[in-house]
Structures are given as C-alpha cells and as structure tokens.
Ligand binder design. Structure first.
Ligand SMILES: [Zn+2]
Ligand SMILES: [Zn+2]
Length: 88
C-alpha cells in the first residue's frame, strides 16, 4: 500500500509498517482541516484556522485585517478544525 499523505507516497509491503507510518504523520499533525476534499494538517490549531480563512473562506489571515477591510463574514473557521485528541 501507498501512503495517502500529500507529498509522501511511500510504499509499504507490510500492513504493520504502513500503519506505524500513518500514525507518524498523524502524530506530528494532530490538527486537521475537515473541509470536504481537503487534507491539510498542522501541528498548530491556529495554522489550520488561518488555512481555512485563507483557502476556503477567501478571507484575510486575521480577524483584525478583516475588520480593517470591512468584510462581514460570520462563518467560524474553528468548525473546520478537527483535533485528533489521542495524538496530543
Ligand atoms: Zn507517508
Ligand atoms: Zn483545508
């Protein structure tokens, strides 16, 4: 099997090794974007929030900047942050 992580693509012939490798990816990135079709993950939850704001909401990175530009948007980027709790 091949690792599904973007930019990795390592091949494994043993399931146990494959699983350990997948765990490794999760371990270093316990915060994941749950936006449909997106596989972004990070070590910091704030990075995922910024990612959702910029990539999916098409908003400036910070709330302050958004206010400055007078953009009204009530969506909560935190709704799209998935935390893999076992890995914290
Ligand atoms: Zn991998
Ligand atoms: Zn995303």
């Amino acid at each position: 099997m091949v690792c599904p992580e973007p930019g990795c693509g390592k091949y494994f012939d043993q399931m146990s090794r494959y699983k350990r490798h997948i765990n490794y990816h999760y371990k270093i990135k316990p915060y994941r974007c749950r936006y449909p079709g997106c596989s972004y993950a990070s070590t910091e939850s704030c990075n995922v929030v910024s990612h959702v704001r910029i990539r999916h909401f098409r908003l400036p990175k910070s709330k302050e900047k958004q206010r400055e530009l007078e953009i009204v948007d009530d969506r909560d980027p935190k709704q799209y942050v998935e935390t893999v709790r076992e890995l914290l």
